[in-house]
Design a protein around this ligand. Structure first.
Ligand code: NAP
Length: 663
């Protein structure tokens, strides 16, 4: 990352993401801003930019983890330690200001190691490689260190990227940096993928912003810690423009089929435009970036199609449907419903929420809050602060959450999976009780029957319970028996009359890469080969499907342990390195050995069996119909990062170019 001390411009150039505003404010202003600082990451950033480890006093070393359900503010620093931390940060800010806001020097390895140990309670050495990527030292670390012009200037090599969502854009940017030609296809009219499609009321992040944004486009001026859908969609549009990706994107174009020709060593990609016109195009490699959660799951409830009112899925929200004054049903109580129900409760005449399993709710008191002004100012004025804050968020998610979802094989309580998990459960129940005091009926209904961590917990700041307590809102826990023209009939025989049904019933995650037809080197059909159990080497490549690379692929999703955007970036960087290897070596294509995939999946399965979601007693989208947790990654982010730096060539079969192209 190159540092420039310049005012933040509109988000229209790549440079602006890494720009900071020089500090010219007086001491009183600095002190006021510090009242709202997230201190551990600020001390880290100031030690870094001032090249001054003396700020990292033992007395202000954050004591977390271990943690509780609610991550303690300021890394668990006592009020007295916070006071000292503010004093140290104040001196650090003045040093920075007095140097004209220019960082003192590139941090040495030793300084970075000191800072990481400070912020991670001495456990951070293994995080150092990932940290360099996150800090962008000395510059954008995830960028390829080669270009096609250097390694294979005369080779014809073009890549199809399917999807212009978060992962497709990451791949497009890395391909651009390597000067590899590519075309991105997206069935939608804009970039954003899931953030373009999901426009339901209340849609917002449940992973903190700084963690859920690109390493190469860190935005210092997020208005909120967990942004709303329009904010994220705007960010993705800005990034697509600032990094020059848009001219290479063909919007309103759906990829329907992929077929590999072994003789020609090339993929035929069939695309269909908005008018239904089909075209077949040739590409040397294909990157699927279609997301994990984009095929709506609309349950096959008896009588579903007989409903006389309006019905739609949460991810296909119909903006034309008026909810005011109407009787609305929301089926499902997962992450989408959690955001929809409180947002529409006050508009509707009556709201019926149909719950099969209650969600666990992770107390997040500031979930909807703005980032305080002082903190916003610091993020804009202290170079690398946002990046250290992002690393801190990764660290807290990993180290603070994973131990709570461990499985102890000797644990016998079916409601929990380990002593840590029981501790978390007790705290979550306490949080529920505090909200539902005096309403034992609702408390019973809202208390989950399965261990915390089996499914992703919803972020809770109290809005869910508040909505369900409203007199015109019912939480219905009797199973749905059928849908009739006028409403939903439950197993107890009662008809709940409604005008609108919202299916907040999740996605068909296991139908991964459907409905595309994908044909491999010997004519294999990918979906037949997988038979509902998507598997890949590092979740990225598949045997018999040369030069097919999957982003957000099998076993690369995260439940509590970080940001799926980071996983997508790692996969994109790995893919571009594989392409670099092909170009350098003069080979046509690569596909992993079956053994490499089996070994990887066995290792991941073993990890998942040690997590609550891996021993789930209820159905979740993480498990496929074979019972394998094929969607999620059980380890920490830095382990995936380390694995995806460079292809292990021994894991692959390589194939030669057709004779005429040999050179
Ligand atoms: P989900 O978590 O899969 O929840 C689906 C809900 O529908 C569950 O409550 C499920 O009940 C219920 N359901 C499914 N079929 C049903 C049926 N036949 N009858 C009654 N209820 C039924 O789906 P989601 O809420 O759309 O979220 C999916 C994932 O997307 C999340 O896990 C999260 O990773 C992501 N997401 C993130 C955000 C964000 O804030 N960034 C927002 C939304 C979604 P059971 O629990 O009984 O299966």
């Amino acid at each position: 990352m190159t540092y420039t001390a310049s005012p933040i411009a509109a988000a229209d150039t790549a440079e602006q993401y890494n720009s900071f505003v020089p500090i010219v404010e007086d001491d009183d202003f600095l002190r006021a801003a510090l009242e709202h600082a997230e201190l551990p990451a600020l001390l880290a950033a100031l030690a870094h930019v001032n090249a001054d480890p003396s700020i990292l006093e033992e007395s202000v070393k954050p004591p977390l983890p271990p943690m509780d359900a609610v991550i303690a503010a300021q890394g668990g620093l006592t009020p007295r330690a916070q006071e000292r931390a503010r004093e140290l940060a104040f001196d650090g800010l003045r040093q920075l200001r007095d140097r004209g806001s220019i960082p003192a020097a590139q941090p040495t390895e030793e300084l970075l190691a000191d800072i990481v140990r400070f912020i991670t309670k001495d456990a951070g050495d293994e995080q150092l490689p990932l940290l360099r990527h996150e800090l962008g030292i000395p510059k954008d670390y995830g960028a390829p260190r080669w270009t096609k012009d250097d390694v294979a200037p005369d080779r014809d090599f073009t890549v199809a990227v399917i999807g212009a969502g978060i992962s497709g854009m990451a791949a497009a940017h890395r391909l651009s940096q390597a000067s590899v030609s590519y075309v991105v296809f997206d069935k939608n009219a804009e970039v954003g993928g899931t953030w373009w499609e999901n426009v339901y009321p209340g849609c917002r992040l449940d992973t903190p912003n700084f963690a859920y944004s690109y390493s190469f486009a860190q935005k210092p001026d997020w208005p909120q810690a967990f942004s709303t859908q329009p904010e994220i969609e705007g960010y993705l549009q800005d990034v697509s423009a600032a990094f020059g990706l848009r001219p290479n994107i063909r919007f309103n174009t759906e990829v329907t089929a992929l077929a590999f020709d072994s003789d020609e060593q090339i993929w035929t990609v069939t695309v269909r435009d908005a008018h239904g016109a089909e075209q077949q195009l040739k590409f040397h490699a294909v990157i699927t970036a279609v997301g994990q959660l984009n095929l709506p799951n609309i349950p096959d409830i008896p009588g579903r199609d007989s409903f006389g009112g309006t019905a739609f899925h949460s991810s296909r929200w119909d903006q034309n449907v008026e909810l005011a004054g109407r009787r609305v049903a929301v089926i499902g109580t997962g992450a989408s419903a959690y955001q929809i129900v409180p947002s529409i409760a006050d508009q509707v005449d009556h709201l019926s929420v149909f719950q099969r399993h209650a969600p666990w709710m992770l107390p997040t008191p500031g979930y909807h809050n703005d980032i305080p002004e002082g903190m916003q100012w610091l993020l804009r004025h202290v170079p690398y602060y946002g990046r250290w804050y992002r690393f801190w968020q990764f660290w807290l998610a990993n180290e603070g959450r994973l131990p709570f979802v461990d499985v102890d094989p000797d644990w016998t309580d079916p409601a929990t999976t380990s002593a840590n998990n029981a501790h978390l459960r007790a705290q979550l129940i306490e949080h529920l009780r505090a909200q539902l005091d005096g309403d034992p009926d609702l408390l019973e209904k809202m208390t989950p029957t399965y261990p915390p961590g089996v499914k992703r917990m919803t972020r809770d700041n109290g809005v869910w319970a508040a909505a369900l307590k409203k007199p015109h809102v019912d939480l219905i826990t009797d199973g749905i028996a059928s849908i009739e023209p006028t409403g939903i009939r439950t197993a107890d025989g009662r008809l709940h009359e409604v005008d609108v049904i919202v299916y907040a019933t999740g996605f068909r995650a296991s139908d991964y890469l459907e409905p595309m037809t994908i044909t491999g080197a010997q004519g294999q059909d990918l979906h037949q080969m997988w038979d509902g159990d998507a598997r890949g080497y590092l979740g990225i490549t598949v045997p018999h499907f040369p030069n097919l690379f999957m982003l957000m692929g099998p076993n690369t999703g995260v439940v509590v342990n970080g940001s799926s955007l980071f996983m997508a970036e790692c996969s994109a960087e790995y893919t571009v390195e594989c392409i670099g290897e092909l170009l350098r070596s003069g080979r046509a294509s690569m596909s992993p050995h079956t053994d490499a995939v089996d070994e990887f999946c066995d290792w991941v399965d073993e990890g998942n069996r040690r997590r609550a979601w891996g021993v789930a007693t209820i159905e979740t989208w993480y498990q496929n119909r074979h019972g394998r947790a094929s969607q999620v990654w059980p380890y920490s982010l830095h382990e995936f990062y380390d694995l995806t730096r460079k292809p292990d060539l021994t894991a692959f079969d390589f194939h030669d170019l057709p004779m005429r192209e040999n050179r």
